[in-house]
Structures are given as structure tokens and as C-alpha cells.
Design a protein around this ligand. Sequence first.
Ligand code: OSB
Ligand code: MG
Length: 372
Amino acid sequence: MRNPIRIDGAELRLVRLPLVTPFTIATGTMYEKVFPLLVLRSQGLEGIAEGVMDPLPDYLDETVAGSMEFLSKVLIPAVVGRSFANPQALQATLTPWRGHRMALAALEMAFWDLWAKSLDLPLRDVLGGQGDAVEVGVSLGIAPLDVTLGRVADHLAQGYRRIKLKVKPGHDLGLLRAVRAEFPLAHLTVDANCCYTLADTALLQRMDDFDLDYIEQPLAWDDIHDHATLQRRLRTPLCLDESIRTPADARKALQSDASRVMNIKVGRSGGYVDSLRIHDLCAAFDVPVWCGGMLESGIGRAHNIHLSTLPNFRKPGDVSSASRYFHRDIIEQALETSGGLMPLPLNGPGIGVTLDRPFLETVTESRQEFVA
Ligand code: OSB
Ligand code: MG
């Protein structure tokens, strides 16, 4: 039996990284990535993770400011100075709270990294994954048609195995017609980030003509029921993203046939314990999953890559090259795809990447220390 892990201290930073290219989705444009970065310390080891919430509640209802407050006032003080036998024990102590699944995830994911490092194993191994590389797709933001056509060609040439096009009303069927005409064989999907309603059913039915692998989150973020209704009227599989924050959400979506493919974002779903439950539930329903992304820095990206080695991740994930997002990342390694595959970072145990501390210092807006 190994000893429990005592959390000796923690470091919480607010980090701001400019994006190489602004990223536009149905709800708005992101010009920079602002996120909480959390380091948990135990006996000379560091477990690291980042929060995936946005500054404004435009993807889900959590915000960076609210999460910084909840992490620093409640979650981190609840664990610093305490010992946990394993990640499940830590996760169980964090469950009385309503919501805040992204803040919980940041803490829980940092502990998993610490746990894997204490066992001297890659995170993949403690999660139960296999393999040294994962299949990748790319998520292309809303842009003028000629720009998008160029980006599709470029990413297909780089070997990306699936192209996801962001859509919104007025920027949907024409885009699909043009992209499909030029790339008849490409694996294409669309992501609507909640911008349609059942009143748009006829428009969404016309998407059946474009041989999409799936349509991601067309309807409201908190509405599984309407997605089930829509799925009955479409041939193309639906894939839920925003609507899945807990295993109970996944169960309801699966039982009602609202999501024939599922997007798992560990940073959105309270961490790995619940992401593994969602993964296993989907497997039981023979629903393939894939790893979503939130424009993460190398820390969150490394977590996502390790998660993607689990067996029911049967579709390419949004774990594309870090250089697409950032001129310079906060880690010392480059996370770059090759031939449609992202190699697993294995520079040491845990997430297998290390912080570039001097650079991190230059992009840190605030920093708090917690000691037992
Ligand atoms: O819906 O998957 C989404 C980015 C920000 C917010 C929501 C989403 C996304 C992406 C980008 O699609 C995925 C990535 O490249 O990290
Ligand atoms: Mg999405």
C-alpha cells in the first residue's frame, strides 16, 4: 500500500496568453486565452492543471473571476494540509458543491498529475489508457469563406483527420455547400455552440445532405430534451458538448438518444473521475467519444492528450498543435501533430510536460500562494 498524498501547498496564477489567430464561434470572438493555472505541491512533486472557463459566461455559466474566487477561497483551502489516499478520495471530498464543474476539474486534474508522479507513471497509465499517439482533428473558427477554404486545404494537407467548422445562423448551409464541393471525401463536422432552436429544424435537416460525421451542440447548453427531439428528425448523429457536465447528464443524453457521439472535455466535467464515468457510460451504449478542446495552453493540452488514449476515444479529438494557438507556450516542450497524430508527451511521469517558469512569469497577471 502506498502512503496517502499530503498536499503541502499550492500556487494559483491567472495567466494571459495572446492567440496567434482570433477564434470566432457563434457566441463571439476570443483574442486571448485567460485562465487559472494551479500547481499542487507534495514532497517536492508538483501536480499542474488549468481551468477552461472563459472570462465571460459565453460557453457555459462559469467565469474566470468567479472560479478564481471559488478556487482561492473555498476549494484550495479545503485540500491544502490534507492527505488523500487517491484521486477518488479527493474527488469525493469536493462533491457537496453545486455546479462549478470547471473549477473542480482544475483542482482534481492537478491532483491526478501529482498522483501519477508519485507513482512515477505517465498519466495515461493511471487513467487506463494505451498507446503513444492519438488521432487529431481541427476546429476552424468562423471566417470569410475564402479564408476557411484555405484553412481546410492546409489542415487536410497537414494530415488532420477531421475538420470541424464552426457555424451560426447565416453562416451554415452556404459554407457547407462550398466546403463539401471542394473536399468531397473529407471527414467534416459542424459545431453550433448552441445557436439554433427547434424552430430551425428544417435548416438543420438540410445539413443531412453534406455527409457530416456529426453535428455538435446545435441547441441550448442546458437542454438535452430538445436535442433528443431534434435527433428523431435528423439522419446525421448529434454530438453533445456544452450539455454534458456530469455523468447524470451523459446518462440522460444516452437514454434519450440525444447524443450518438459524445464530446468529453475533462476540464468541463469536474475532472477525470467523472470523465471516466462518462467515457464508460458511452461505451456501454456503444457511443464513441472524442476529446474536446478549449484552446488550452500546453498544460491542459497535455492532460487532454493523455485522456484521449482511453479505448472509447474512437474519433479524432480537438488536440491540435499548440503552435496554431500560441506564439510561445508556457511549457518547455512543443506539442505538435504529425501525420494526423499527436504524440503523447512523456517527458517524465504525470502529464509529461514541464512549465517554462521564466516565460510563465512574464504572462502571469496575479499569483497566490497557499501553505499548510
Ligand atoms: O465548442 O468545442 C467548442 C473553443 C472554445 C470554446 C468552445 C469550443 C472551442 C473549440 C476549439 O471548438 C477546440 C480547440 O481547438 O481547442
Ligand atoms: Mg463544441
